[in-house]
Design a binder for this molecule. Sequence first.
Ligand code: ZN
Ligand code: ZN
Length: 410
Amino acid sequence: MLTQKQMEKFAELAVSVGANMQKGQQVVIRCDVKVKDFAHLIAAKAYELGAKQVIVQWGDEELSRLNMLYADQQTLCDIPQYKIDEMQYYVDNKCCLISVSAGNPNIYKGCDADKLAAYQLAFSKARKNFRDATMSNYLRWTIVSVPTEEWAAQVFPQLPKAEAVERMWHAIEHIMRLDCDDPVAAWRKHIDTLHKRADFLNAHNFEYLHLKNACGTDLKVGLALGHKWLAAEEEGQDGIAFTANMPTEEIFTAPHNKKIDGTVVNALPLVNNGNVIDKFSVTFKGGKVVAFTAEKGYEALKNLLASDEGVLSLGEVALIGKNSPIAESGILFYNTLFDENASCHLAFGAAYPTTVNGGNDMTEQQRAAAGLNASLQHVDFMVGTKDIDVDGIAFDGTVTPLFRNGEWVI
Ligand code: ZN
Ligand code: ZN
């Protein structure tokens, strides 16, 4: 367990480095009732730093599971207007958002997969405005994570629950740099290092990346026209920087959704809405999935890939070296926030408009012309094995090695 002082520093990281809350702003904390104590710490820190008001949008995953088991599909898919209005309120009032991700990766185990998929699609449609506001950085937002017993038990199934939680805290302490004297300063330095690599990639303006490893990945990912590599800190539409994911180790941009060819094999399990999908491969042609296999969670992958047209292409390519603290921990967290920062990854579905120059001001047609993918989904999956090689290929065919054996070489 962290000391009280470390917990307060953690809350401070979320408020000031993560969402970068400004004085007089409304803050929305989105969090499960299981981690209410941490939500209260964040709320206290936000007020200390000048929040106008703190609102908590409580989740209750146990109740969500009961609803999924016993309510009928039509009722579940009929998203009440007040829920939509609530999300719209956050957009209209330019609230800054702090999400605490602490979900049990298996919460929907045993639930009807079709019902779950139908609900998720209905919910995604209902939150379109809200999602656009976060994906386009209209709102500043961040996600942080604290362990729960259920989650820790999944990560360390061989340990008694209390010990599993303790191990998770220990890992998170290091990953979040809470073991440094000044975690806020340590984060500033880390963000700087990431930005230098992003600058290198931006200066080269590659046409393609070529990903290759020994377990079957051989994929050329074209990059969107006018793409921009981003890392750690991004700029909100109001010009104020924020760090959307904490931890973050990735440098990412948008693929060109018509220029993806070859096959990619996953490196870590994909946990999507309580389903674990593993040992899968996906083959692309001209930017679109044309075939896929999965030894585990085939139905879940099939449902995901049938959810809309855009999910069949990619909206993100992200590079992370194998020596990042998360990768080094060797822990599979069954949580995207951590696992995506352990490994190079791709995302099925929507691209962030911020990953092309001027993307936020483009019309949908202009975004499409740049190769930016549109979808209701954005689902990351890990492809960065310890032996992955990545080359950047310029428009004139020049090849620049970026990764050898899973680590940066620039
Ligand atoms: Zn990512
Ligand atoms: Zn992503």
